[in-house]
Each structure stands twice: as structure tokens, then as C-alpha cells.
Ligand binder design. Structure first.
Ligand code: FRU
Length: 303
């Protein structure tokens, strides 16, 4: 370095920068996400950031478990060790994440569970839409389009997650009286690539009359698969999904790749608002429900 003074000066600028603009935030929210790699979760993070920007003294630490229970458990333990002010958990699978969620709560960290459930009531608040109701609404929608003796293909999300179980239960309950129907199941695990892979193994695709996918990405994979198999039947086949997130499923309903979807709000805004209430010492409800709504071609355009 030709100018040692310059080095000292630059170091000072960096240090000053750290204490003025980048000063330690007063409140830290830890977010343990089961994965980040899709439009719905990106929207959730975005919604969180927008809501957090209303407060000038809060920082969110985001951990991405990349669809792995062990990684998520370790990351939650890190956040417990860091003593975050509030911990938000969007679990990968319900059962394996239950114990560590309890651990956080018992360590005195207010814990918000969102989207997928854990199998305990040891948490501060749960924020999420009612997936059983989504399943019911999807079943009632399907009932209008199912010919006698129809065969329904259900593309499941990860079977060990509460939204997949509840979306399934609501759907079959809505169609309980239709004893003529039969169901086929494939496990897409919420992922477009897995859905594609499992669809390729489908036997007699021509027999399918209706497709119910637990999320829009898997519904889009189904449309692609059936179109490639037979473009006429593939176009006419009724396929529905769940999420209707802007930038992905909503557009797919609008352009006809999916016939309908059911809004599954990310809750990003509500979880941050709930976290801030906890930080400010205000009481919060144990359950904060998010509203859902059917989305068809018309409403997708409006939305
Ligand atoms: C996103 C997602 C959504 C689905 C939710 C269920 O990762 O798969 O499509 O509605 O998770 O937990």
C-alpha cells in the first residue's frame, strides 16, 4: 500500500459505517424455512420483508433447511443458541420437527409455527390457512365436472405434512357420497420435478378424468405431461391446484394451464406482525387463520 494513511482512513470509514448505518438491530427474528426454492416461499419471504420494513429496529435471520429434517433441526438449535427474540418455523415434516419446536418454546423463545403444523400445542401461535377447507372446496369444485365412474388422479404433496393430509381429507370428504368414483394417487412431494418423474410412471393415463394436485406447480407438471401424451385430451382434461400465488399459479389459471386454484396465502405479513406484537409485549392469539378463496379463470384475471 503506497499510502498507509489511506488504509487507516478507509478502515475508519468501514468501522464508522458499522456503528452508524449498520448498527446492531434491537430485535432479531429467526426464521427457519423448510426450503426456499419455489415461487410460494419466495413470495412469503418478500411479504415478510415488506412488513418488516415498517419497523426500523428489526432484523430477520433466515435459515433454509433445503427439504431436510436434520438440517432444519440443527438450524433451529442454532437460532435457539443465538437467543433470537422470536422464532418462526415453517416445518419440513410435521412429526420430526415437533420435538425441536418444543425445545425452543421451553427455552423461553416465543415460537410461531406457520404453514405446516407440528404435533404439539407447545408454541406461541400458529399462522395459516385451513387446508381441510381448501380440500373441501376443491372437492366441491370437482363434483361439478366428474362424469359417472370418473377416475381422479390426486397428486399429493409430501405425505408427512399436514397440508397434504388435510387437503386430501377435505377433498375425499366433499366427494363422500359419490361412491362411483375411483382415486389414483401419486406422490409429488410438493415438487415440480418429483411430480414430473412420478407422472411418467403413470399407467393408462388415458383413463384419467380429473386431476387434483395439492399445489399449482404439480398441477402445471400434470398439464405438461398430459399435453405431451395427447394434446387434445391433454388440453381438455380438467386440472386444479392450490396456492394461486402471483407470478406462478395465478398466471397459470389465467392462461388456462390450470382450470382452477385455491388461494393459500403465504402469511408472511401476518407472521411478522405477530412477531412484532410479541416483541412489543402484546398478547397474540394461539391461532391466526388466513383466508382462502377459489380462483378460476375469471377471478385470476381480476386478481
Ligand atoms: C411451497 C409449498 C406450497 C404449498 C405449501 C405446503 O413450498 O409446497 O406450494 O402450498 O408448501 O406446505
Amino acid at each position: 500500500m503506497k499510502h498507509p494513511f489511506l488504509l487507516v482512513w478507509l478502515t475508519l470509514i468501514v468501522l464508522c459505517g458499522c456503528t452508524s448505518s449498520g448498527k446492531q438491530k434491537r430485535h432479531v427474528i429467526g426464521l427457519s424455512q423448510c426450503m426456499l426454492d419455489d415461487a410460494w416461499r419466495e413470495a412469503m419471504i418478500n411479504d415478510m420483508r415488506i412488513e418488516a420494513s415498517n419497523y426500523d429496529d428489526v432484523e430477520i435471520i433466515i435459515k433454509d433447511a433445503q427439504n431436510n429434517n436434520e438440517t432444519q433441526i440443527q438450524q433451529i438449535r442454532d437460532l435457539i443458541r443465538q437467543k433470537v427474540d422470536v422464532l418462526i418455523i415453517s416445518p419440513y415434516q410435521s412429526e420430526p420437527i415437533t420435538a425441536v419446536a418444543e425445545e425452543a418454546y421451553r427455552a423461553g423463545i416465543p415460537t410461531i409455527i406457520t404453514d405446516r403444523k407440528v404435533n404439539t400445542d407447545q408454541y406461541t401461535s400458529f399462522v395459516g390457512a385451513n387446508n381441510y377447507e381448501i380440500g373441501l372446496a376443491a372437492g366441491n369444485y370437482a363434483a361439478h365436472y366428474l362424469p359417472p365412474n370418473a377416475i381422479i388422479l390426486e397428486i399429493w404433496g409430501l405425505t408427512q405434512t399436514s397440508p397434504a393430509q388435510e387437503r386430501h381429507k377435505g377433498f375425499v370428504d366433499a366427494l363422500r357420497e359419490r361412491e362411483d368414483l375411483s382415486f389414483r394417487k401419486i406422490e409429488g412431494q410438493w415438487l415440480v420435478d418429483t411430480a414430473r418423474m412420478e407422472l411418467r410412471k403413470l399407467e393408462h393415463p388415458g383413463q384419467i378424468d380429473f386431476v387434483y394436485a395439492h399445489n399449482d406447480m404439480m398441477a402445471i407438471a400434470a398439464r405438461e405431461y398430459f399435453m405431451a401424451w395427447d394434446s387434445i385430451r391433454g388440453r381438455d382434461l380438467r386440472i386444479i391446484g392450490v396456492d394461486a400465488v402471483a407470478g406462478a399459479g395465478l398466471e397459470a389459471v389465467e392462461d388456462g394451464r390450470i382450470n382452477a386454484s385455491f388461494l393459500y396465502p403465504t402469511g408472511g405479513e401476518q407472521v411478522i406482525r405477530t412477531a412484532m406484537r410479541i416483541i412489543q409485549g402484546e398478547p397474540v392469539d394461539k391461532f391466526i387463520p388466513l383466508r382462502t378463496a377459489p380462483v378460476d379463470h375469471q377471478s385470476a384475471r381480476t386478481l
